[in-house]
Ligand binder design. Structure first.
Ligand code: ZN
Length: 287
């Protein structure tokens, strides 16, 4: 069921104009005649695009027991099989996101106690820096990770933050999204390949230290922590933080994933414990 305008059709094995298979055997809904594609601005039929990749729902669904995947948002949580989607991107742009980020990241994120490829790879070499609470690894300095793969991790993160900023997503009466203000358009140009990584933007990626992870995802939201405002989202094993603004401390660039050339990622057990405690509090409040 499309649940929206009559022009919506369900198709299978869609192939973009550049020859990429977009749907890979899954039913996919597309609709024409409405607004232009949010990324390329062309008037083309739009896909029923996901805020967070469909593959993550599948991954979480496999792991969840009696309930569906758990989503956490700004002060709420819910278990559901329903996905946050809307008609946003044309087939070419869906394929671009898949090819330049999502496919690789979904293979690398936490997929079970014995399968968390990205963490295994980064821990195969010594951290660049560490103290009692945090270990910082350079992706650039790791021979098992190519520069193109590091870029896919960054591209994926930026694509999700941009999706959350360019559109007001709705889910059961809630609005999901973040305000990226003047940083939204530079992010779009980065994602289309027309510009480099945007200025005055810092992306920080944290990798979970936990052996067994709670199966959840966290849609992009604005957060305040230690007096700073930033945006964040979580998929299994990976937390993405985005800082924007003219007030950014130059020192922060030194340990970031982007734009820092060393492409740092960090593992911090204390941060993981804090996140778990926050989740437990939200779950209790929502119960
Ligand atoms: Zn497009």
């Amino acid at each position: 069921m499309c649940g929206s305008p009559a022009s919506c059709i369900i198709v299978r094995n869609l192939v973009s104009s550049q020859g990429q298979t977009v749907t890979k055997g899954n039913d996919h809904r597309i609709k024409g005649g409405g607004r232009p594609c949010a990324l390329c601005h062309r008037r083309l039929p739009l896909c029923d695009s996901h805020l967070l990749p469909k593959g993550i729902y599948r991954l979480l669904r496999k792991k969840a027991t009696s309930q569906g995947p758990v989503h956490f948002g700004d002060g709420y949580s819910y278990s559901t099989d329903k996905q946050v989607t809307d008609y946003l991107l044309c087939l070419d742009c869906e394929a671009r996101f898949q090819r330049l980020g999502e496919g690789w990241v979904l293979r690398q994120c936490y997929r079970g106690e014995s399968r968390f490829r990205l963490r295994s790879t980064i821990q195969s070499i010594a951290p660049d820096r560490q103290n009692a609470d945090i270990k910082v690894y350079s992706l650039t300095g790791n021979p098992a990770i190519t520069p193109a793969e590091s870029e896919m991790l960054i591209y994926f993160a930026m694509s999700v933050f941009w999706r959350a900023g360019v559109h007001t997503w709705r889910y059961e009466g809630r609005r999901i999204g973040i305000d990226l203000g003047p940083y939204l358009e530079p992010m779009r140009l980065y994602l289309t390949g027309e510009a480099a990584f945007p200025p005055r933007v810092i992306l920080v990626i944290r990798i979970s230290s936990l052996v067994k992870l709670a199966e959840f995802m966290n849609a992009p939201e604005g957060r305040n922590e230690n007096g700073f405002h930033f945006h964040s989202f979580t998929i299994p094993g990976l937390t993405f933080l985005l800082f924007v603004g003219g007030w950014l401390n130059e020192q922060w660039f030194e340990l970031a994933t982007a734009p820092t050339p060393a492409r740092y990622v960090s593992i911090s057990p204390n941060a993981d414990i804090t996140a778990l405690m926050n989740m437990a509090a939200v779950r209790k409040k929502s119960a």
